[in-house]
Design a protein around this ligand. Structure first.
Ligand code: AMP
Length: 215
């Protein structure tokens, strides 16, 4: 199964991706995660991307495209993959099409998770993540058992630099201007599935699986 998951920041892509990848036995490839790892490790790409990511803008298409092409070339992505946060522009969609054409492997589906702006801000401003294991919590909706500590690995939780309200608003504008137009591109290709992202995590997961014919 070759899938793309897209939607506004805070729509639950990362959370849902974890469930979908298990269901289909495919790797979850998050460009946001790859960039945060590069920034933490201080690689040349990370050093260049740091200020861009922290401001809520997009890293240049060719840089992210190269990271994705390299990741898709790894053996675990041969039987399929779930892309989360890529493509985010029409240019990135073209880059992906070139890579997949060379492999003679078109996308099976592009799932767009919709969520309104107020809900995005509510979710993201309370989000706390674990940098060690990637687990995600919310201070009100799904708090950790011990305040400030990860339930899964016990590590300290932190707020992402780009989850501050001013940066969230910027990310929403970028999403509306640059990423949302991908919906009509994928609708024309006949692979778009739109689902509503509000409500409990389990319900959203079932909506996605039903849209993929896998519920
Ligand atoms: P995410 O974790 O998907 O919300 O991504 C966090 C940030 O990483 C974004 O706000 C961008 O600055 C950057 N980023 C992630 N994916 C991409 C992409 N496909 N193209 C450009 N920038 C990206």
């Amino acid at each position: 199964m070759r899938l793309v998951l897209f939607g506004p920041p805070g729509a639950g892509k990362g959370t849902q991706a974890a469930a979908i990848k298990d269901k289909f036995g495919i790797p979850h490839i998050s460009t946001g995660e790859i960039l945060r790892e590069a920034i933490a490790a201080g690689t040349p790409v990370g050093v260049r991307a740091k200020a861009v990511v922290e401001s809520g803008s997009l890293v240049p298409d060719e840089v992210v495209g190269e990271l994705v092409a390299l990741r898709l070339a790894r053996s675990d992505a041969r039987r399929g993959f779930l892309l989360d946060g890529f493509p985010r522009t029409l240019r990135q969609a073209e880059i992906l099409e070139v890579v997949l054409k060379a492999r003679k492997e078109p996308l099976d589906a592009v799932v767009k998770v919709n969520l309104n702006d107020d809900e995005v801000v509510r979710r993201l401003s309370g989000r706390r993540t674990c940098p060690s294991c990637g687990a995600s919590f919310h201070v009100s909706f799904s708090p950790p058992k011990v305040e400030g500590l990860c339930d899964a690995c016990g590590g300290p939780l932190r707020q992402r630099d780009d989850d501050r309200e001013d940066v969230i608003r910027k990310r929403l504008t970028v999403y509306r201007d640059q990423t949302a137009p991908l919906a009509s591109h994928y609708a024309k290709m006949g692979v778009l599935k739109e689902i509503e992202g509000s409500g409990p995590i389990e319900e959203v997961k079932q909506r996605i699986l039903r849209a993929l014919g896998a519920a």
